[in-house]
Design a protein around this ligand. Structure first.
Ligand code: NAD
Ligand code: DAU
Length: 354
């Protein structure tokens, strides 16, 4: 795709964490595009994440549920989108363990609805069309002490969340091979930054430090994740959407592997400094709790393909990224308060006390 002609780009899940950063980037960078943000506004979706761009003339919000095929097909017929960047999903592993069916509905069937509607409306004329599936490194399973996930690593999902994402990825590839739909996929590691819902480790820890609540670390805290600044992910998606080769998959990572316990201690220290609390005070809140069932031990990405083919690599170094993240949540306590009121505390109590 080129960026020189006016295009209608549908971004699903644009009111969520990564989606809101991507929508902001696309709206600001491509005034010649019409950007449609389709989101059901589940507990994880929040239009306050997009306040700064909501009145831009090339931005449109559509409240819709990808589980509602009739509505999705109508929208495709009305707007005839040129490109789809699909992020809408149930995204939290712990919730997938207690409510796996919701993940099958949204992540598998919802993705199928988008593919089915796109094909029906695009027909066989795929010229200048593109369907981009935003996926996760979790589909590759769990690593031991060594090794990296490559694009040709066999899928081995181990949680209902990763199984649902893997299934959706398979359907997307099936549409490429069977119908020649121009698709592209990416599998990314753990993102961090502003606007992440505080059920996820980093904002949960910062929010708990603020309230002097225990900091729950699953198991022995030695599990490893590779952390990527969310705006760097949005940049990678932009590059892949425009310059990725049809049918290809790109792994995206942060070159930043950390044990959970190491990360939580670092967040304690950065936050204590920012709040002027005595050094080491928040580390005392760290509490080892029962492990996540089927907890993947280690994720790590070989991101050499996207670097070689598209010239993308992470820009933000961890010291800068974690510092900016803590600073953002402390400055935006009202955002944290708003999203953690009501249903959040019920979820929190049920999850961490049962
Ligand atoms: P998120 O949970 O913050 O946001 C998901 C968004 O999707 C929300 O705005 C929600 O309202 C919307 N949504 C959920 N169900 C929907 C439905 N049925 N119809 C329409 N909208 C619906 O998720 P995120 O962390 O921003 O992740 C976005 C995507 O990126 C997901 O597909 C996820 O699998 C993938 N991903 C996330 C990470 C990460 O670290 N967060 C890493 C790699 C890949
Ligand atoms: O790898 C990409 C994936 O990263 C995305 O596909 C998912 O959508 C996203 O949620 C994330 O999954 P994780 O399970 O890795 O993220 P989470 O923030 O839930 O947990 C990070 C690590 O911290 C993980 O090893 C579990 C652990 N953890 C998490 C929570 C919420 C704790 O120790 N305590 C906690 O309270």
């Amino acid at each position: 795709m080129t960026s020189s002609t006016k295009r209608k780009v549908l971004i699903t899940g644009g009111a969520g964490f990564i989606g809101s950063h991507l929508v902001r980037r696309m709206v600001n960078r491509y005034p010649e595009y019409e950007i449609f943000n389709l989101d059901a506004l589940t507990y994880a979706g929040n239009l306050a994440n997009l306040k700064d761009i909501e009145s831009q003339p090339n931005y449109h919000f559509i409240r819709a549920d990808i589980n509602d095929f009739k509505q999705i097909l109508e929208l495709f017929k009305t707007h005839v989108f040129d490109g789809v960047i699909h992020l809408a999903a149930e995204s939290h592993v712990d919730r997938s363990i207690t409510d796996p069916l919701a993940f099958v509905h949204t992540n598998v069937l919802g993705t199928m609805h988008l593919l089915y509607a796109a094909k029906q409306v695009w027909g066989k004329n795929f010229e200048d069309k593109r369907f981009y599936q935003v996926s996760t490194d979790e589909v590759y399973g769990s690593l031991g002490d060594t090794g990296l996930f490559r694009e040709d690593t066999p899928y081995d999902p181990r949680s209902p969340y990763s199984a649902s994402k893997a299934s959706a990825d398979h359907f997307v590839r099936a549409y490429f091979h069977t119908y020649h739909m121009p698709v592209v996929l990416s599998n990314c590691s753990n993102n961090y930054g502003p606007y992440q819902f505080p059920e996820k480790l980093i904002p949960l820890v910062i929010n708990n430090i603020l309230h002097r609540r225990n900091l729950p670390v699953y198991g022995d805290g030695t599990n490893i994740r590779d952390w990527l600044w969310v705006e760097d992910h949005a940049e990678a998606i932009d590059e892949i959407f425009h310059r990725g080769i049809t049918g290809e998959t790109y792994n995206i990572g942060g070159n930043n592997e950390m044990q959970n316990i190491e990360l939580v201690r670092l967040l304690c220290d950065i936050t204590d400094r920012a709040l002027g609390r005595p050094e080491g005070q928040s580390r005392e809140l760290i509490t080892f709790v029962k492990d996540r069932p089927g907890h993947d031990q280690r994720y790590a990405i070989d991101a050499s393909k996207i670097k070689k083919d598209l010239g993308w690599e992470p820009r933000t170094v961890p010291e800068e990224g974690f510092g900016k993240t803590v600073e953002w949540y402390l400055k935006n306590e009202s955002w944290l308060k708003a999203v953690t009121s009501g249903a959040y505390m019920k979820y929190y109590e049920k999850h961490y006390t049962s």
